[in-house]
Write a protein that binds this ligand. Structure first.
Ligand SMILES: [Ca+2]
Ligand SMILES: [Ca+2]
Length: 135
């Protein structure tokens, strides 16, 4: 009874080791991030999965261009984090032009966040502003 169990255990252990090695290899080979957005920038795309037209900003924008306004379907925050840096990005449903303060926040991205799609925020953005946090 003991012998067959030992024979079964060994291939399973080898398979697990092989899968682990494969997984580690894939992790090493994969790019650091999926979304093509310049370092220091916040980017939005007109399609999900970082597709369609991309718009990138190095700073805030209180009134998005018509090419991306109400067309945003995926987002990436590649702002460089640091103490005292407004590295979180909040997207608003309306342009921030007096008397509008932007209305509802549709989505907030922490530094490094890459969002392939979000039903609540989809095709609603008109402005974005950097903050110290998402709260
Ligand atoms: Ca869209
Ligand atoms: Ca809107």
């Amino acid at each position: 009874m003991k012998h067959p169990v030992v024979l079964l255990k060994q291939p399973v252990a080898l398979l697990a080791a092989a899968l682990l090695a494969t997984g580690m290899g894939l992790t090493t080979a994969a790019p650091a991030s999926a979304a093509d957005c310049p370092s220091g920038n916040f980017c939005a795309w007109t399609d999900a999965d970082f597709g369609g037209q991309r718009v990138s900003w190095s700073g805030d924008d209180d009134w998005w261009d018509t090419s991306i306004a109400d067309e945003d379907s995926s987002w990436a925050n590649h702002r460089v984090p640091g103490p005292g840096v407004k590295d979180h990005v909040r997207v608003y449903e309306s342009a921030i032009q007096f008397p509008s303060t932007g209305g509802d926040m549709t989505i907030c991205l922490r530094p490094g966040d890459e969002v392939r799609y979000n039903a609540t925020a989809n095709d609603r953005g008109d402005a974005h502003v950097g903050f110290m946090g998402c709260g």
